[in-house]
Design a protein. Structure first.
Length: 150
């Protein structure tokens, strides 16, 4: 896992939690690509940061992405508009495990106004340490890929 690149981004509402998650992962040896925002002082538009993080993942510059906004809902919607992205809003570790095992999620979305630091750490850890199971789940992901072509 060391040296794995993770792209991360947030809006102003989740800047503080983004900075914590970023430092937490850097301390574990991950290479973090911080796509912003870089302050909680100025209101920003979350779709800009969703796109920046997603571009790093679909170009394979980063293995995974982490997006944060107030609830995580806006980032989830924006990220899932990008072909090849499977963003999952995960309010707890079990969601993160299932998002990886069943959906091969490549973007973890967190709600900075609805989860605390410790829960965020547990959820990030579970997301990054869980593998996709494949099998019947691959068939379903192929169907999602077909939907993206519409």
């Amino acid at each position: 896992m060391n040296n794995m690149k993770i792209s991360i981004g947030s809006d102003h509402a989740s800047y503080t939690l983004k900075e914590h998650v970023k430092a937490y992962l850097e301390n574990k040896g991950f290479d973090i690509l911080d796509m912003g925002t870089f302050s909680s002082e100025v209101s920003v538009d979350y779709p800009d940061y969703a796109l920046a993080v997603c571009e790093k993942v679909v170009s394979n510059e980063a293995k995974f992405g982490i997006l944060l906004c107030g609830t995580g809902l806006g980032m989830s919607i924006a990220a899932n508009k990008v072909n090849g992205i499977r963003a999952a809003l995960c309010p707890m570790p079990d969601y993160a495990r299932l998002a990886r095992e069943h959906n091969d999620a490549n973007i973890l979305v967190l709600g900075g106004r609805i989860m605390g630091i410790e829960l965020a750490e547990w959820t990030v850890d579970k997301f990054l340490t869980t593998d996709f199971q494949g099998g019947r789940h691959s068939r379903r992901l192929n169907k999602i890929s077909e939907i993206e072509k519409l």
